[in-house]
Design a protein around this ligand. Structure first.
Ligand SMILES: *Cc1c(COP(=O)(O)O)cnc(C)c1O
Length: 253
């Protein structure tokens, strides 16, 4: 996190490279999929406000964080408030009930991508109704555990339609925007990533059963190592950290 090190990262160059890679991947995407230009979410976790501002000044607007405290701190950072007035924060981590108010109170919060239970949806619906300043809805995505790994958060693929239906019918303060998965790391790319295929299949089912237009349901999937592949398989939003901001220090445990 030292500033000396941050200065070595050429954010503008990295952003340009990633955006070019996104454009190239869009051309390879199957023509059967909705032809949506994918949104780039710059994942800034552990990185300082100075780098976020650099990315913003290079044209980036959507940023992702996976801890509530860190998102809230950055969203309330004086420099960011002054220089990044149109910033859009994506919450992409596990959300605990006791952190909901702090998250919802963060200026510039754009979407909560990790709703994985009716209880969390109900809590967000209730609290957003109290906290919001205008009659806006809170954008949410439903997080799916596509890899079946117990340690991963997200709802089982078989339960997705039911949860989406619950949000649409019973959570008037929430706006359902799409499905999100983290998936398995280090997938070897020899065949289409099964996590991405599963998420696309979940969307298919949601749209058929709830009579929704596939173009209206986003797929948030793909990170630094596999965002191009994710786009080929239909990602409409990719979450890229390392390739833009440089490597993060390894986790301690
Ligand atoms: C950290 C993180 C990313 C970005 O990962 P990189 O490999 O650095 O691109 C994307 N999504 C989630 C949920 C993350 O926690």
């Amino acid at each position: 996190m030292s500033d000396e090190k941050s200065d070595e990262v050429d954010i503008m160059h990295n952003l340009k490279t990633v955006l070019a890679q996104i454009d190239a991947a869009v051309i390879r995407r199957s023509k059967d999929l909705p032809q949506i230009v994918p949104r780039l979410v710059a994942v800034s976790k552990i990185k300082p406000a100075s780098l976020i501002i650099q990315a913003y000044e290079a044209g980036q607007r959507h940023f992702g964080e996976n801890y509530v405290n860190e998102l809230s701190e950055k969203a309330n950072d004086q420099q960011i408030l002054e220089k990044c007035k149109d910033i859009k924060w994506h919450f992409i981590g596990h959300l605990q009930t006791n952190k909901i108010n702090k998250l919802l109170g963060s200026p510039g919060l754009y979407i909560v991508e990790t709703v994985d239970s009716e209880k969390l949806a109900d809590n967000l619906n209730k609290q957003w109704g109290k906290i919001r300043k205008e009659e806006t809805k809170l954008n949410i995505m439903v997080q799916v555990n596509t890899s079946g790994e117990e340690a991963k958060n997200g709802i089982e693929p078989s339960q997705v339609t039911q949860l989406v239906e619950h949000v649409i019918k019973n959570c008037p303060n929430l706006d359902f925007k799409g499905l999100m998965t983290i998936g398995q790391y280090d997938y070897d790319h020899k065949a289409p990533n099964p996590d991405f295929l599963t998420l696309a299949k979940c969307r298919q089912e949601v749209c058929e059963k709830l009579n929704m237009d596939i173009k209206e349901v986003e797929l948030s999937m793909g990170m630094s190592s596999d965002f191009e592949h994710a786009i080929e398989l239909g990602a409409t939003s990719v979450r890229v950290g390392t390739t833009i901001f440089g490597a993060r220090p390894p986790k301690n445990n």
